[in-house]
Design a protein around this ligand. Structure first.
Ligand SMILES: [Zn+2]
Ligand SMILES: [Zn+2]
Length: 373
C-alpha cells in the first residue's frame, strides 16, 4: 500500500491546509470528469483515500503510529467520514455520480419569437398568404456557429482545466466548506475562445431580418397564435432554432360581423318593399348575391344565405351569411302620399297597437352585436 503522504506529495509535517491544497490540485487533475482514463481513476481513489485519512486528526494520528488504516475506512470506526462519496460531493458539488462539475455547453436552443399580423374579415373568410419580415438571429456564415475564427478552435480553460467549475472555500457554521462555483474565466464552458469570429463577435449567430412566407388558414380569430416550429431564432453557438409564433388580430368590418362560423349583417328594407316583396343584390364578401325578399317580410326576420360564412379552422363546411331585416318606416310624406296611406289604413282595418311580452329575438341580438363592436 502506497504511503498516504507520498500519494498526496506532501511532507509528514504538512499542515491540514497543505494537505487540502494538495488534494484539490490532484483531484482537479485526476477527477473522472476531467480525466476519464482507468489509471487516473485508480489514482484518484488512492488520493481520495489518503486525503480521507490525513485530513482527519484522529485517523492521521493512528496512521502516523503505524496502525489501524484499512483501505476506504472499512472498520476504521473513526466516524465523521462516509468514505469516498462524501469527499466527492464536498469537492465537486452534489451528486456523487460525477455529473456535477461537467462544463456547460455553448450550444443552446434559440428563443421563441412572436410576430403580430393584422387581418381583415376577408382574410379570415378565405385564408390569406402573407410574407412577414421577422427580426431574428441566424447562424453566422463565417464560423458556421463554431464562434471561432475559421481555422481556430476553443482551448481548454487554464483556470478550471476544462471542468467549467472551480472550488471555493467558504466559512460556514460547519467550519470551512468547499463549494463548487462556475469558473468565471470561461463562464462555466470549460473552454475559452482565443480568436473569436469577427463576424459574430464569437456568438455563432448574427442578427438579421428574415422573410417568412406564411399561409394563414381561414377561420382564425383575434388572439389566436399559429406556431411555426423551428422558425424562431437560431441558438447561440449553432444551437437549434426556437419556434415562431404568429399572433392574429382581426380588424372589425364595417358591415359584417362574426358569430362562430356565421357572418351577420343588417338589411334595411323600405316599408313598401317589405309589404310587396322584391329581389335585390347584396355585396357579400364572396361578391354579389341575389336575395329574394318575400312579400310581408317582418322586421327582425333573418334571411339566410347558405355557405357564405366562414370556413372553420378545423373543417371545410362554411357557415352561413345571416341578414336581419330592418324595415324602414317613412318619416316624411307629402300630401298625396299621406292621403294614400290613410286610404290604405281605412281599407285594411289595421288592428290597434297591442301589448305582448318583450320579444328578444335573434335580430335583437344581432343589433346588440353591432352596437358593441
Ligand atoms: Zn461567426
Ligand atoms: Zn474555466
Amino acid at each position: 500500500m502506497a504511503d498516504h503522504y507520498e500519494v498526496l506529495g506532501v511532507s509528514r509535517e504538512a499542515s491540514l491546509d497543505e494537505i487540502k491544497k494538495a488534494y484539490r490540485r490532484l483531484a482537479r487533475e485526476l477527477h473522472p470528469d476531467v480525466n476519464p482514463g482507468e489509471e487516473a481513476s485508480e489514482r484518484f481513489k488512492l488520493v481520495t483515500h489518503a486525503y480521507d485519512v490525513l485530513s482527519d486528526k484522529d485517523q492521521r494520528a493512528r496512521y502516523d503510529m503505524g496502525g489501524g488504516d484499512s483501505p476506504f475506512g472499512a472498520g476504521g470506526g473513526a466516524g465523521g467520514f462516509g468514505g469516498f462519496g462524501d469527499i466527492f460531493e464536498t469537492f465537486f458539488g452534489a451528486g456523487a455520480g460525477g455529473r456535477a462539475g461537467r462544463p456547460r455547453s455553448r450550444r443552446e436552443r434559440g428563443q421563441d419569437a412572436l410576430v403580430r399580423v393584422t387581418l381583415d374579415l376577408q382574410d379570415v373568410v378565405f385564408g390569406v398568404h402573407r410574407d412577414i419580415d421577422v427580426d431574428t438571429a441566424i447562424a453566422c456564415e463565417t464560423c458556421e456557429g463554431s464562434c471561432c475564427q475559421p481555422g481556430t478552435t476553443p482551448v481548454t480553460c487554464d483556470i478550471c482545466h476544462g471542468a467549467g467549475n472551480v472550488q471555493r472555500q467558504v466559512r460556514s457554521l460547519l467550519g470551512n466548506v468547499v463549494t463548487t462555483v462556475p469558473c468565471n474565466v470561461c463562464q462555466g464552458y470549460g473552454t475559452t475562445i482565443p480568436y473569436p469570429c469577427a463576424t459574430c463577435q464569437g456568438q455563432g449567430r448574427v442578427r438579421s431580418r428574415r422573410t417568412v412566407s406564411l399561409d394563414i388558414p381561414a377561420g382564425v380569430e383575434t388572439g389566436l397564435r399559429l406556431q411555426l416550429p423551428g422558425s424562431g431564432e437560431v441558438g447561440p453557438a449553432g444551437g437549434p432554432n426556437g419556434d415562431l409564433y404568429i399572433e392574429v388580430s382581426v380588424t372589425p368590418h364595417p358591415v359584417f360581423s362574426r358569430d362562430g362560423d356565421d357572418l351577420l349583417a343588417t338589411l334595411d328594407v323600405s316599408m313598401s318593399d317589405a309589404i310587396l316583396g322584391t329581389t335585390t343584390t347584396i355585396d357579400s364578401l364572396d361578391g354579389p348575391v341575389d336575395l329574394e325578399i318575400r312579400p310581408g317580410v317582418q322586421a327582425g326576420d333573418i334571411l339566410t344565405i347558405k355557405n357564405r360564412g366562414i370556413t372553420p379552422l378545423r373543417g371545410s363546411q362554411r357557415g352561413d351569411l345571416k341578414v336581419g331585416v330592418h324595415v324602414v318606416t317613412p318619416t316624411r310624406l307629402d300630401h298625396k302620399e299621406r292621403a294614400l296611406i290613410e286610404d290604405f289604413a281605412k281599407r285594411t282595418k289595421a288592428p290597434a297597437p297591442q301589448l305582448s311580452e318583450f320579444h328578444q329575438g335573434l335580430f335583437a341580438k344581432l343589433r346588440d352585436r353591432f352596437r358593441n363592436s
